[in-house]
Design a protein around this ligand. Structure first.
Ligand code: SAM
Length: 237
């Protein structure tokens, strides 16, 4: 993250909107990396995110709002920066999300996109993340939750080209994990598999996806896990 962190350090901005913010993992990265910011608003449809924000960002200029990214009801040109991380593949109409984000961004404001991808050439431990992610997407789809498999790098770049941002900078990033079999992380991931698939216990594909979940557990134990590579883009409106 060195090059990206270095670049973010040189950005001094004001009000930020983080779309599909989840528990605020990306908000945390922005807070710790930007040269200056005034306030960050994170939006997500998952109400549980509110609790995570309260715990993680107590006394910080950070706020959670329960909003649907398809209907961002903020005024035109009301943010100095907009961001979205690891969420493009959660939307059926990605263009709509990106154009809404551009609408609320001020002229010359920063647009940041960070998205993991499933491009070939990643290590066996990274493939564990990609396979796990594909499995999460399969389970979510059975619940009617839109969740695509991770996008190809070129598809992400194409979406960004179409946004027509100025001064685009692309970074390829791979997180260097010290121990792909880190006991704490492995235990956390192993314990997350059954509850994840049990959400579809009534579905006809339950046994099949449970079996894949068990294979993933073996893979986590034998091969290990590290984060998939991602594309990080900074541009201006
Ligand atoms: C993989 S998480 C990404 C969380 C965070 N941005 C990160 O980088 O770790 C994807 C998030 O998209 C959210 N999401 C899905 N559909 C949404 C929608 N229509 N509006 C807002 N958020 C949505 C989910 O609730 C989830 O928190």
């Amino acid at each position: 993250m060195d090059k990206i962190a270095e670049r973010l350090k040189r950005i001094k901005t004001g009000k930020i909107l983080d779309v599909a913010t989840g528990g605020g993992q990306f908000v945390n990265l922005l807070m710790n990396s930007l040269g200056k910011y005034d306030k960050i608003i994170g939006i997500d449809t998952n109400k549980k995110a509110a609790q995570a924000f309260e715990t993680n960002f107590k006394d910080k200029p950070v706020e959670f709002q329960n909003k649907d990214a398809y209907k961002i009801d903020f005024d035109d040109e009301s943010f100095d920066m907009v961001s979205i991380s690891n969420s493009l593949h959660h939307f059926e109409d990605i263009d709509k999300i990106l154009s809404e984000m551009k609408r609320v961004l001020k002229k010359d404001g920063y647009f940041i996109i960070s998205e993991m991808h499933c491009e070939k050439g990643q290590t066996e431990t990274q493939k564990t993340h990609i396979l796990l992610h594909h499995w999460w997407a399969s389970v979510d789809s059975r619940l009617g939750i839109y969740h695509e498999e991770t996008l190809k790098k070129e598809a992400i770049k194409q979406l960004i080209e179409e946004l027509d941002l100025k001064e685009r900078e692309f970074f390829d990033y791979t997180h260097q994990i010290e121990d792909p079999k880190d006991p704490k992380l492995t235990e956390y991931l192993l314990n997350s598999i059954d509850p994840y698939v049990n959400r579809i216990s009534e579905h006809k594909d339950f046994e099949m996806l449970k079996q894949t979940g068990n294979e993933l557990k073996e893979r986590l134990k034998n091969i290990g896990y590290s984060s998939a590579s991602l594309v990080f883009v900074i541009g201006k409106k």
